[in-house]
Design a protein around this ligand. Structure first.
Ligand code: HEM
Ligand SMILES: *[C@@H]1O[C@H](CO)[C@@H](O)[C@H](O)[C@H]1NC(C)=O
Ligand SMILES: *[C@@H]1O[C@H](CO)[C@@H](O)[C@H](O)[C@H]1NC(C)=O
Length: 332
């Protein structure tokens, strides 16, 4: 809609036409008022279930935020991530990035069943993920934004998409940036969205390589603060302890703020994929500095980039379906 307004206001600038077309192929058509008539209390209901779950366990906010990311990077934001394995479906939950890691699916079940009572067969699981990610950010002290809605749910999952599209913590800067660009996201989005690691946990297995044998020469990553590294080795041994948990932002682990970026400048990023934002690329390093200096700027960009990520190839119109149960496709 913003696209048409701008188009009307600047009719003489024909250069805007391709912009509008690309907004369409990127999945324009989502808008915040989508459920205003069909399910007016949707936002209230999602928020109250998320708030209860986060009150029970603070990490839930991080886990829900991450699920929206892992959904959107695989065939678009279509709740493909939420499907369990059946005869015809191999669940994305079994992929390398998700196995023993993606969690709190039961919170989405709880939201879905509350919404099925309030307005049956109306709100998609993909929209629930987008709303829960926003609410999780706000509940932990981060920025708010209006969530464009109207996504529909896929009838398929993609295990290979999950393995290939979602960046790995030991990918190079170029590989990670390429994986973002394949989703229509740029370096600004990459740095801002990596700021999600201001909350939540990582397992030892996701960063062990940095502590012992970063490049295969038996030496730790020299871009990791050595006293921080020594501390991490205490609970992340050379072998064993794979599932031991560590805060992604040790300064304020359950508070959404810019301390993640400050940590990176002190060489105290937990994941290799975090630290390389300041060690492998000048442009991303400058963005990290800006967000470390200016929390408001980080919040503003984070909100914009979340909307952009939420717009990756949604199913709209008559494509896909509104699942009754987020874990399985509807039977026909
Ligand atoms: C830039 C590339 C990224 C990489 C390589 C990456 C990798 C990871 C890894 C390895 C973990 C720990 C998983 C585990 O050990 O169980 C993690 C956790 C997390 N990631 Fe990312 N991530 C990236 C971007 C993002 C983005 C874009 C978001 C959200 C928009 C995000 C949100 C989170 C959150 C909130 C957690 C904590 C989850 C929890 O505690 O349950 N990450 N990420
Ligand atoms: C990255 O980590 C994976 C999984 O632990 C490992 O198999 C792979 O060899 C690592 N890649 C590099 C370049 O170190
Ligand atoms: C480090 O990794 C390399 C290559 O993966 C391996 O050959 C070597 O034995 C490892 N060194 C140590 C000390 O673990």
């Amino acid at each position: 809609m913003a696209c048409f307004t701008r188009f009307a206001a600047l009719l003489s600038f024909l250069a805007l036409v391709p912009l509008c077309l690309s907004a369409k192929t990127m999945g324009g058509y989502l808008y915040p008022q989508f459920y205003d008539h069909s399910c007016p209390r949707v936002q209230e209901i999602v928020k109250s279930v998320v708030a209860k779950a986060v009150a029970r366990e603070a990490r839930t906010a991080a886990s829900l935020l991450r699920l929206h990311f892992h959904d959107c990077f695989v065939k678009g934001c279509d709740a493909s991530l939420l499907l369990d394995s059946t005869g015809s479906i191999v669940s994305e939950k079994m992929s390398n990035p998700n196995r023993n890691s993606a969690r709190r699916f039961e919170v989405l079940d709880e939201i879905k069943s509350a919404l099925e009572k309030e307005c049956p067969h109306t709100v998609s699981c993909a929209d629930i993920l987008a709303l829960a990610a926003r609410d999780s950010t706000v509940l932990t002290g981060g920025p708010s934004w209006e969530v464009p809605l109207g996504r529909r749910d896929s009838r398929e999952a993609s295990l290979s998409g999950s393995n290939n599209n979602i960046p790995a913590p030991n990918n190079t800067f170029q590989t990670i940036l390429t994986k973002f660009k394949l989703q229509g996201l740029d370096i600004v989005d990459l740095v801002a969205l990596s700021g999600s690691h201001t909350i939540g946990n990582s397992r030892c297995t996701s960063f062990r390589q940095r502590l012992y044998n970063q490049t295969g020469n038996g030496k730790p990553d020299f871009t990791l603060d050595q006293s921080y590294a020594a501390q991490l080795r205490g609970r992340c041994p050379r072998s064993g302890g794979d599932q031991n948990l560590f805060f992604l932002d040790f300064v304020s682990p359950v508070h959404f703020d810019n301390s993640y970026f400050k940590n990176l400048l002190a060489y105290k990023g937990l994941l290799n994929s975090d630290q390389i934002l300041v060690t492998q690329n000048q442009a991303s390093m400058e963005l990290v500095k800006k967000y470390a200096e200016n929390n408001e700027l980080f919040f503003e960009q984070f909100a914009k980039s979340m909307v952009k990520m939420g717009n990756v190839s949604p199913l709209t119109g008559s494509r896909g379906e509104i699942r009754k149960n987020c874990r399985k496709i509807n039977s026909h």
